[in-house]
Design a protein around this ligand. Structure first.
Ligand code: ACO
Ligand code: HSE
Length: 366
């Protein structure tokens, strides 16, 4: 169930603009333990919401690597999204109307500060694991650079330290489609629908791979010369997003994604990433066209204590969502190894994730 936190206090943005108050829509799963050290914080991607158990099934949930029986799992809807946190759909006290296209630019730095604010209000200090993919990974990296001592471990997937010229070009192409729909942000019925559908169709080309389309959307009938499967797939994906997401919010979020650069204000990407002190698991997807492997190579090169894993997916970039079971396996291995390293002062310990017992060097116990 979505919970809400209302903060009746101004929130200053990186641009200097101010939101007079902010609302956070969020989900929690499990219980915060007495030591307050079992928090896993998940950052969602572009069009997802705070219900990470819903969109990351197989990774988050009972019996999964991120098991609410063991962990207190928190996910907060980012500012600017249409899933409940303050956004273009919120009331603008200056105009007495919803913000719409007047909603200020929310940078990834703003969202990281927003999450930090919400964590404080929820009584959360240290976070055992911070995890996210794509734009969620961007938020994780930004937050980890801003508050390096806060996180025990970090896991980021299919993401980058600075949004690439390639990614910005995809986003601008989508915004061109949105702006070409002159109903965007107006009171017209279904305002922005056609623009959003076209934008999502463009985005799909970056979220999938040549092979994804050829294997799943080729027409088997050699005689077809119109109304191809791939065409109806593109239209359907646009429509599917329209049914669940607001076009003006989508427009703003893509601008926010373009702002992502952990190096801004920190002397560049290398200097920023070198601040991250948490052991970090970086996962690449071998078919990711939007955030290709070289971008995670940069992360693993400059984050001092990091491990890079390359995961196969037929899904391209969106493999960070669809391959949740595989991601859980990579994460479980990483967590087990970290427990092993952390336990050098103990004689033996049990991995809380798998129940496996590990011998500690110098110990007779197993
Ligand atoms: C309420 C909410 O949804 S909350 C938020 C949930 N969403 C998120 O978290 C955002 C992230 N999620 C996503 O982006 C996606 O859901 C993904 C990447 C995980 C999976 O994408 P999907 O669209 O489900 O998968 P895929 O690309 O295989 O397409 C399957 C859909 O296309 C339809 N389809 C497939 N081929 C065609 C075609 N040729 N023509 C028309 N439709 C087609 C299928 O029937 C199916 O429709 P359905 O989703 O209504 O069942
Ligand atoms: N399918 C993902 C792609 C962006 O990472 C989303 O819509 O959030």
């Amino acid at each position: 169930m979505t919970k809400y936190l209302y903060i009746d206090h101004p929130f200053e943005l990186e641009s200097g603009q101010v939101l007079p108050r902010v609302t956070a829509a969020y989900h929690t799963f499990g219980e915060l333990n007495a030591a307050r050290d079992n928090v896993i914080w998940i950052c969602h991607a572009l069009t997802a919401n705070s219900d990470c158990q819903d969109w990351w099934p197989g990774l988050v949930g009972p019996g999964c690597t991120i098991d609410p029986e063991k962990y207190f799992v928190v996910c907060v809807n980012m500012l600017g999204s249409s899933y409940g946190s303050t956004s273009p759909l919120s009331y603008n006290p200056e105009t007495g109307r919803t913000y719409g296209l007047d909603f200020p630019l929310i940078t990834t730095k703003d969202n990281a500060r927003f999450f930090s604010l919400i964590a404080g209000h929820l009584g959360i200090g240290k976070i055992r694991l911070l995890m996210g993919g794509s734009m969620g990974g961007q938020h994780c990296l930004e937050w980890a650079c801003a508050e390096p001592d806060r996180f025990g471990l970090l896991c980021v997937l299919a993401t980058n330290a600075r949004h690439s010229a390639w990614g910005i070009a995809f986003n601008e192409s989508q915004r061109m489609a949105l702006r070409a729909d002159t109903t965007l942000g107006t009171d017209a019925p279904d305002a922005g629908k056609l623009g959003l559908e076209a934008a999502r169709a463009i985005a799909m080309l970056s979220y999938r791979h040549y092979r994804t389309y050829v294997s799943s959307q080729s027409n088997s009938d050699e005689e077809v010369f119109d109304d191809f499967r791939a065409s109806s797939y593109q239209r359907y994906q646009g429509y599917k997003l329209w049914k669940r997401f607001d076009p003006v919010c989508y427009y703003g979020l893509s601008r926010g994604m373009d702002t992502h650069n952990v190096g801004r204000g920190r002397g560049g990407v290398a200097a920023a990433l070198s601040r991250i002190s948490s052991p970090t698991l970086v996962i690449s997807i071998d078919t990711d066209l939007l955030f290709p492997i070289e971008e995670q190579g940069i992360l693993s090169r400059y984050i001092p204590n990091s491990r890079l894993e390359v995961m196969h997916s037929d899904y391209g970039h969106d493999g960070f969502l669809t391959e949740s079971v595989k991601i859980g396996e990579f994460l479980a291995d990483f967590l087990s190894d970290q427990l092993r390293i952390d336990s050098t002062t103990k004689r033996a310990f049990t991995d809380g994730l798998t129940g496996r017992k590990f011998a500690v060097p110098g110990s007779e116990e197993v």
